[in-house]
Design a protein around this ligand. Sequence first.
Ligand code: SF4
Length: 251
Amino acid sequence: MDRREAMLRELNLYPQWKLRVRSAQVVQEEPAPISIAAEAIAPTAIDKKTPFSSSPSAVGGRSDIGDLGWTELKQQVRDCTACKLRAGCTQTVFGVGDENADWLFVGEGPGADEDALGEPFVGQAGKLLDNMLMSIKLKRGNNVYIANIVKCRPPGNRNPEADEVATCLPYLQRQIELIQPKMIVALGKVASNALLGKDATLASLRGKLHEYRGIPLIVTYHPAYLLRSPNEKAKAWQDLCMAVRTRHGEA
Ligand code: SF4
């Protein structure tokens, strides 16, 4: 069993997906066509947001963040006590990866393992995310950046509350400005709604091409949810394939 087959088995996707040659250069595992309406991925279906701006006031209204570079931003997050989550966590979890990445994966917030180690998506959910990345020939730290909506662990792994998201989101917005990714994958309902400014179900957001300030955004399941609901892994694979097709200009 080669590494790729082992990874696809981990995702419960092998041997469901057939190897298909798309061109002389591109060989890619791809599922059957995703059953979404054509208009759902047409440019007119993109959810338009406010045009990207680099003015300081554009970052969540926090003028203290909008012009920070990486070093200052990391320091500010490290020292942040702006919401009640900081009192209950061990440390802030800034994000990790290639600061010039084309791909940005955004989760909800740190869990216990992340809180202990200071890095997002470690532990079992992180292992699954790494396998999801590998399934589309990506790797943590190599053209990939991983971050969360909130930088401090919510107690008991509860969802972050609206005020906590609103307070912390400007940090991620500044990270996105600095990274300038070409594709954002939102992992789970909390991340998706925070980035899209919506209050919608994950089911209603999946299978559509969204946009965050001019950057294509695809919604899929959070790896922690996939660990609890492994039957949904095939849908996550569909989402990842849609993201790859969009990134390659094929959607
Ligand atoms: Fe600051 Fe974000 Fe932590 Fe709240 S969750 S204390 S806003 S870093």
